[in-house]
Design a protein around this ligand. Structure first.
Ligand SMILES: CC(=O)N[C@H]1[C@@H](OP(=O)(O)OP(=O)(O)OC[C@H]2O[C@@H](n3ccc(=O)[nH]c3=O)[C@H](O)[C@@H]2O)O[C@H](CO)[C@@H](O)[C@@H]1O
Length: 367
């Protein structure tokens, strides 16, 4: 079977496609893959480590307000459909799977116009613009939250509840000492802090403010700042650093499933793929939704855990260094509370999400 995958912009759209690919490779080693993304998105970096061919189309997202740029973007979108059609015709996939981000729009649309079956995977509790646009053209719509059904209300027969493939991937990872490569001790209670796949300025600022307080704790911290913020953070660290710090700061954590397997608590944005990982593993978390996303969907994502006592919510508007440490202490000094949260998180996890999605693919292929 030849499968064309497309998803991009941020890690939350890329990792689900790659997790699904890895599971398909396990059950069908003869399956072939092509990944289509953009050169500028995070996918061009991430996919390199997965040993599959990568093709790119040139496209950018639409800005909300109308300007001269809008016309350029429309021209680029039309040209990206032509590029995508060329790629699809050449590769001749049996099925095309889009996991969100604007790059999917021309790719999945082109596939549908060429009569190739397709699936979109919506990770969030509120559908993205690209997936809403594509819902009309695709064969199936795979979802992870019941709440998102209303966004695809015109096509109820296409909807299938699968969960996020990344959930299955992380839950199958062998627990191992992954923290030594970050100069930390895998036996010590550890908090992992990151602001989604690209980092979050406000979380980084609170972390810097919290740093002198964190240095005195009996738990350790692994912090990922995001590539674009790393240099600025490094400069700040140099100013305040002393040798006693049990804190490690990196720009990105490439082996997150392994790191999660030894973490005691996670502090992060509430991107849907991260939440799928936390619930599959049963990891307690403090969620700081990004207020800068469409329809405030990260708050809705976070609430789906918080309402079930599976996570704590901390609003970005209330985030300071002191508040961060106070909230961390509340959980890190109370293992019972963490345990309760972990159990509640695990109850909502979907550790068979890839298998469910593979079943949908097989059903389509049979027809
Ligand atoms: C600003 C924005 O539009 N964010 C969206 C984007 O977020 P974003 O890309 O941040 O998505 P998620 O939080 O869902 O996923 C991040 C992924 O990157 C991984 N990771 C992160 C940091 C790191 O150092 N190493 C690493 O491997 C995480 O483990 C996870 O697999 O896609 C998500 C999924 O559609 C949406 O819910 C988010 O709202």
């Amino acid at each position: 079977m030849k499968i064309l995958l497309s998803g991009g912009g941020t890690g939350g759209h890329v990792y689900p496609a790659l997790a699904l690919m890895r599971r398909i490779q396990e059950v069908d080693p003869t399956a072939e893959f092509l990944y289509v993304g953009t050169e500028k998105g995070l996918e061009s970096k991430i996919v390199k480590d997965y040993n599959i061919p990568f093709a790119s189309v040139e496209i950018k997202g639409f800005k909300r307000s109308l300007s001269l740029d809008t016309f350029k973007t429309i021209r680029m979108f039309i040209s990206s459909i032509k590029q995508a059609k060329k790629i699809v015709k050449k590769y001749q996939p049996d099925i095309v799977i889009g996991t969100g981000g604007y790059v999917c729009a021309p790719v999945v649309y082109a596939a549908s116009k060429l009569g190739i079956p397709s699936i979109i995977h919506e990770q969030n509790s509120v559908a993205g613009i690209t997936n809403k646009f594509l819902s009309r053209y695709v064969t199936k719509i795979a979802i992870c939250f019941e709440e998102v059904k209303k966004d695809f209300a015109k096509y109820p027969a296409k909807i299938c509840f699968t969960g996020n493939p990344r959930a299955q991937e992380v839950s199958n990872v062998q627990k191992k000492a992954a923290l030594e490569e970050y100069n930390l001790d895998s036996k010590k209670p550890t908090v992992v802090i990151f602001g989604g796949s690209r980092g979050a300025k406000k979380i980084n600022e609170a972390f810097i403010e919290a740093l002198p307080m964190l240095a005195t704790k009996n738990y350790q911290v692994l912090m990922a700042t995001g590539d674009v913020h790393y240099e600025a953070i490094q400069n700040q660290l140099i100013k305040i650093k002393n040798d006693k710090f049990n804190v490690s700061v990196v720009s990105y954590i490439p082996n997150m499933p392994e790191v999660f397997s030894t973490a005691s608590l996670v502090v992060s944005r509430s991107g849907a793929t991260t939440l799928a990982e936390l619930t599959a593993l049963g990891l307690p978390s403090i969620l700081i939704p990004s207020p800068y996303v469409t329809n405030d969907h990260q708050t809705k994502n976070a609430e789906s855990l918080v309402n079930k006592h599976a996570a704590m919510l901390l609003k970005e508007s209330e985030l300071t260094g002191e508040k961060l440490v106070e909230t961390l202490d509340e959980l890190m000094l109370d293992p019972n509370k963490r345990q309760e949260m972990a159990e509640n998180a695990k109850k909502i996890g979907m550790p068979d999400a890839s298998d469910r999605l593979i079943e949908v693919i097989n059903e389509i292929m049979k027809k």
